[in-house]
Design a protein around this ligand. Structure first.
Ligand code: FAD
Length: 491
């Protein structure tokens, strides 16, 4: 038995890899699905072109994995194609170097005329000088996390949520079990190996193996705009920098991102200043952005890796590293997988699986590049019963059959309360459905936390239409969640 700590893309990916090698696995995730960076990213399935100059290893990995993910998880990928556009002299002079890098990494690039790109991308600045089409696509992160979870479970693996690994036991220097805390209680899960897939928290998890991982954490801000104002992925053709990518996502478009060093693994609250800065950069590509309706801002933390006690320190890249803590500090059977991208999660899982399988003397190769993941039934929306959420057309039939799910999973699976009104009324309607299952007090607490979470993302970008929506949300929340009302029900 192998225990994987962390149920983000890396953790679920490696669990899937090991199960296909007939190695039993339990994933322990301390939050709901997508608590970490895998639920707080830009949604881009990289073609590799972004890294063509600055990070050729990642460029090559992204190119190969882009094609593999389209094969194994087609329902979680939207093949929208992407454009790189230069809008100034910096971009134009960078283009030659970039084209060479793309060719070296075998990344297909096709030049597109100015007229054609303006036709394909309404609203793009007329200052566009050159444009190139690449195989960028949209990666629907929550869908793929759910798909991995259900496939792992259907093959006999276990995925625990809201449960944390707090200690790792050894016998004669070899991993023998982990302590898992859930609902305030500890229990031991015996195992032969343990994998740290803790993302930005990986350095804390490595302390359970008495090792030190040298991580370089940085926060990235993203902003979500209502309506699919940009139908394809659009990258600014220039050395990678802030605010240079637009990714369409469902009925929205996401602008990102920034890179601000930070010391903690928890995502920070977005600030108005940073949001205004990001939007001003986005306006260089789409000047009308100032009139688009912004919905919310959110941040994610990059878990980039510099080195461990004995593993060589490398320059910080988007590449990933598998650390064998048996080799670094003599903690046999403990491994960490750090760095990387969502786009390369399968490759990261394969390499980690190779190391763990070798330790367990299991001689079965990885098959994750070939085995197509089955989409869960729940991803087919029912649209039955009364409408609960008008913005995202979510009906009672989409929500009621899975009342036992954590609220966060319920939301990210159906997209309920994620549209332009950010749950002004439908948050109440949806949570009311949970009362027969959870009871009034738990439902009220859910509503309170839900409102606070929506508020965190809306407030920093409360301008224009969003300011009006935020004020309405605020008023509705004030009316329905007044402290007195809660106390009265609790009495
Ligand atoms: C702003 C931003 C934008 C990005 N955009 C893109 C993009 O467009 N395309 C792309 O390919 N990549 C992108 N990335 C990178 C990508 O999102 C990450 O590399 C990837 O999601 C990391 O996944 P992970 O599984 O390593 O970490 P996470 O998703 O953070 O998972 C780690 C999990 O470990 C859990 N955990 C921690 N400690 C414990 C414990 N003790 N017990 C149990 N569980 C624990 C946490 O709850 C967490 O869920 C972006 C990253 C950022 C920050």
């Amino acid at each position: 038995m192998v225990v994987v700590i962390g149920g983000g893309s890396a953790g679920l990916g490696v669990a899937w890899d090991l199960l296909l090698r007939q190695i039993p696995v339990t994933v322990v995730e301390s939050g709901p699905m997508g608590r970490g960076t895998s639920g707080r990213f830009h949604g881009l399935l990289h073609s590799g072109a972004r890294y063509a100059v600055v990070d050729p290893v990642s460029a090559e990995q992204c190119r190969a994995e882009n094609a593999r993910l389209r094969h194994i998880a087609p329902s979680a990928i939207e093949a929208v194609e992407g454009y790189f556009v230069s809008v100034d002299e910096v971009g134009e002079s960078y283009a030659q170097e970039w084209l060479k890098g793309a060719a070296a990494a075998n990344i297909p690039v096709e030049e597109v005329s100015r007229d054609r790109v303006l036709e394909h991308l309404p609203g793009l600045t007329p200052d566009v000088r050159q444009s190139f089409r690449v195989h960028d696509a949209v990666l629907e992160g929550f869908k793929l996390l759910e798909m991995l979870t259900t496939n792992i479970r259907s093959r006999g693996g276990t995925v625990l949520q809201e449960a944390s690994v707090t200690a790792v036991h050894t016998v004669n220097g070899r991993v023998s079990g982990v302590v898992v805390r859930a609902d305030g209680e500890d229990r031991v899960i015996p195992c032969d190996a343990v994998i740290n897939a803790g993302g930005p928290w990986a350095f804390q998890v490595a302390q359970l193996f008495q090792d030190h991982l040298d991580m370089q954490l940085s926060s990235g801000l993203m902003m979500i705009y209502a309506n699919r104002m940009v139908p394809h992925v659009v990258n600014r053709l220039a050395p990678p920098g802030d605010g240079d990518i637009f990714v369409p996502h469902g009925n929205t478009v996401i602008l990102g991102t920034t890179e601000v060093p930070q010391n903690t693994a928890d995502p920070v609250e977005p600030t108005r200043r940073e949001a205004q800065y990001l939007q001003s950069l986005g306006a260089q590509l789409f000047p009308e952005i100032v009139r688009w309706r912004v919905l919310r801002a959110f941040t994610g933390v990059r878990p980039l890796f510099q080195g461990s006690s004995l593993a060589p320190h490398s320059r910080v890249s988007r590449d990933f590293t598998v650390v064998d803590h048996g080799a670094t500090v003599g903690f046999q059977g403990a491994f960490s997988i750090v760095g990387g991208k969502w786009t390369t999660f399968r490759l990261m899982a394969e390499r980690t699986g190779d190391a763990v399988a070798a330790y367990l003397r299991v001689h079965v190769p990885s098959t994750t590049a070939d085995v197509v993941l089955t989409p869960p039934e729940t991803q087919k929306r029912q649209h039955t019963g009364a409408l609960v959420c008008e913005c995202e057309t979510v009906g009672v039939g989409d929500l009621e059959p899975r009342l036992s799910e954590p609220l966060a999973d319920w939301r990210t699976r159906t997209w309920w309360a994620m549209g332009p009104c950010q749950g002004t009324v439908c948050a109440h309607r949806g949570i009311a459905l949970r009362i027969p299952h959870d009871g009034v007090l738990a439902a009220l607490q859910d509503l309170r936390e839900f409102r606070a979470e929506r508020e965190r993302g809306m407030r920093p970008v409360a301008w224009g239409d969003n300011a009006r929506q935020w004020a309405l949300n605020h008023a509705v929340t004030g009316q329905t969640l007044a402290e007195g009302a809660v106390r009265k029900i609790g009495d």
